[in-house]
Every structure is written in C-alpha cells, then in structure tokens.
Design a protein around this ligand. Structure first.
Ligand SMILES: Cc1cc2nc3c(=O)[nH]c(=O)nc-3n(C[C@H](O)[C@H](O)[C@H](O)COP(=O)(O)O)c2cc1C
Length: 276
C-alpha cells in the first residue's frame, strides 16, 4: 500500500517523499492522493440521509475561533435547480449531477449575537469576510474528502460567483451570507483523470518562502503535465494564436487575460461587508 501511495504522489507531483514506513491508514492517504474531480455521474440517486451525513461530517471541520461560519444549501427543488443551472451554461455537468449544494460563508450569525445583545460590532473590516470565506472553503474541502471516501464523485463550481447576486437572490441569502462555491455530486460514471500538480519543491517551502528557479520549475511542470494530460483545446486563439507548446502556464495566462468577476467586490460590499 505504501508503494500505491508513492505511485499516486509520483503521478501527481513527479516525485514522492522519501517515506520508508507505511503510516496508519496509508490506504486512505493513497486514495486521497489519487483524487480526481468528477463531472460525469450515473442516474442513481444519492440517499438524502447519506447526503445529510456527509454535510454533518463536513461541518465537523475546524472553524476559525469556533465561529462556525460555513453553511451548506442543499438544492433539491427542481425549480430552484433550474434557475441556478440556467446561470451555468458553460458547466453543463451541473445538470447531470444528482446532488447540487452551495457552500456559503456566513458572518450573519456572528453579527446577530451582537444585535441581540445591543452591542456594537467593532470588527467591521475585511477580516470577518475572509474568515467566513475560509471556513466555507474548509467545509467544502471536507465534504469532498468525505464524499470521495464513500465513493461519490464531486465537482466544485465557483462559476456560480460569476452571478453572485442572482445566486444570492435565488437562494434568499441575507446580508453577510455569500456563496463561495457550489458542488455537483453523484455516483461516478467515469473514473476521472488525475491532474498532475506543480512540483512539491514549488509549493512546499522550508523555513522561509523560496522561489528559486521558479520559471524553470514551472516549465518542467508544463512538460510533465503535457506528457500525461495535454490540453485538448487552446483558449483565445483569435488573440494569441495556436501555440505548439501549450502547457499549464500558457493556459492560465490565457484564461485570466480577460477580467473575471470584476464585480464580486461590489457584490460583497452590497452584502454589507466593509473590505478595508
Ligand atoms: C474552489 C473551486 C472552484 C472550482 N470551480 C469549478 C467550476 O466552476 N467549474 C468546473 O468545471 N470545475 C471547477 N473546479 C474544479 C477544478 O477545475 C479542478 O479541481 C481542477 O481542474 C483540478 O482538477 P482535479 O480536481 O481533478 O485535480 C473548481 C475547483 C475548486 C477547488
């Protein structure tokens, strides 16, 4: 099993840590290292009680200052689903997902505690927004890990934030509650593809931040990734042409060559947050 873990890490990062002894639950680690996003599902429904259980497990994740600011909206009403799906034409796999959830940051409950006690909320800065967003992200990641363990496939959908105000209106999110990402889930009809990641020497730092040789390391990653998962299409060829060497770095530089969600800050301010 240790070799299975190391093989998965080598496939992901090009290298694996020099680990000699299998840690406890090495099989779980091997599964986690081999995780894939899943965008194709069978029609088999997901037991609502299992879904509630996974939400409960996800909400057992650590929470900043025990403030418990990550919430989950389970969207099962057909009309509600259709309204959200209509906002996501570029993510057609959402329609195919038996389960659709929206993970939200919730700083409202914290503020209500002050209202109810008629005390001023003196922390009206960027920090409460950031804390709630981080909590929601941790709950999302924990849900994904739990869903993977029972064999469900998931795909996060941050594209809902392209229409944050409409999503907020559809879901009746009050002030200080905001969508972070949605998640489609279901029983996989396809095993998915493992995405290689940047080398461990890029993302793990020792004692201090270090980007020695970063450009070369990213170029090496582009090549490693292209060998196993070449991009099938190139973005914005009208502006950038077709590149013979189209790797991750070129794809990301093209993807963000157009403004994305430039109005999200305005949405967050409308939700009542001060971002100073
Ligand atoms: C916060 C977050 C938001 C994401 N949003 C979308 C999305 O809107 N649409 C989509 O198809 N995939 C989305 N993804 C999935 C990523 O594209 C996917 O994780 C990435 O390509 C790497 O693939 P892997 O998860 O198989 O390693 C999102 C992932 C995360 C973590």
């Amino acid at each position: 099993m240790l070799e299975k873990l190391k093989d998965a890490l080598r496939a992901r990062f090009g290298t694996a840590p020099d680990l000699d002894d299998a840690p406890r639950n090495v099989d779980v680690l091997a599964e986690m290292a081999n995780r894939r996003v899943i965008r194709r599902y069978t029609d088999q429904p997901v037991d609502p009680a299992l879904l509630d259980t996974l939400c409960a497990v996800a909400l057992s994740a650590p929470s900043k200052s025990d403030l418990q600011q990550g919430d989950i909206v389970i969207v099962s009403d057909k009309g509600q689903r259709e309204k959200l799906e209509a906002l996501l034409p570029d993510n057609p796999w959402v329609k195919a997902a038996p389960v659709f959830l929206v993970f939200c940051g919730n700083n409202r409950r914290h503020r209500l505690l002050f209202d109810w006690r008629k005390r001023p909320f003196v922390n009206d800065y960027l920090d409460p927004f950031f804390n709630a967003a981080v909590d929601a992200g941790i709950v999302l990641a924990t849900f994904i890990a739990a869903a993977d363990r029972v064999g469900l496939g998931t795909c996060p959908i941050s594209a809902i934030r392209n229409h944050a105000q409409q999503v907020s209106d559809i879901l009746s999110l009050p002030d200080h509650v905001f969508p972070v990402a949605a998640l489609g889930a279901g029983w996989p009809s396809f095993p998915g593809v493992m995405s290689p990641r940047l080398g461990l020497d890029v993302s793990i730092h020792r004692d201090r931040y270090d980007e020695t040789g970063l450009e070369e390391k990213i170029a090496a990653y582009d090549k490693r990734r292209e060998a196993v998962q070449p991009y099938r299409t190139q973005r914005y060829t009208d502006r950038f042409g077709a590149s013979p060497e189209y790797g991750w770095s070129e794809d990301k530089a093209r993807q963000y060559s157009v403004p994305e969600r430039a109005d999200f800050g305005a949405f967050v301010r409308r939700k009542g947050f001060k971002l100073d």
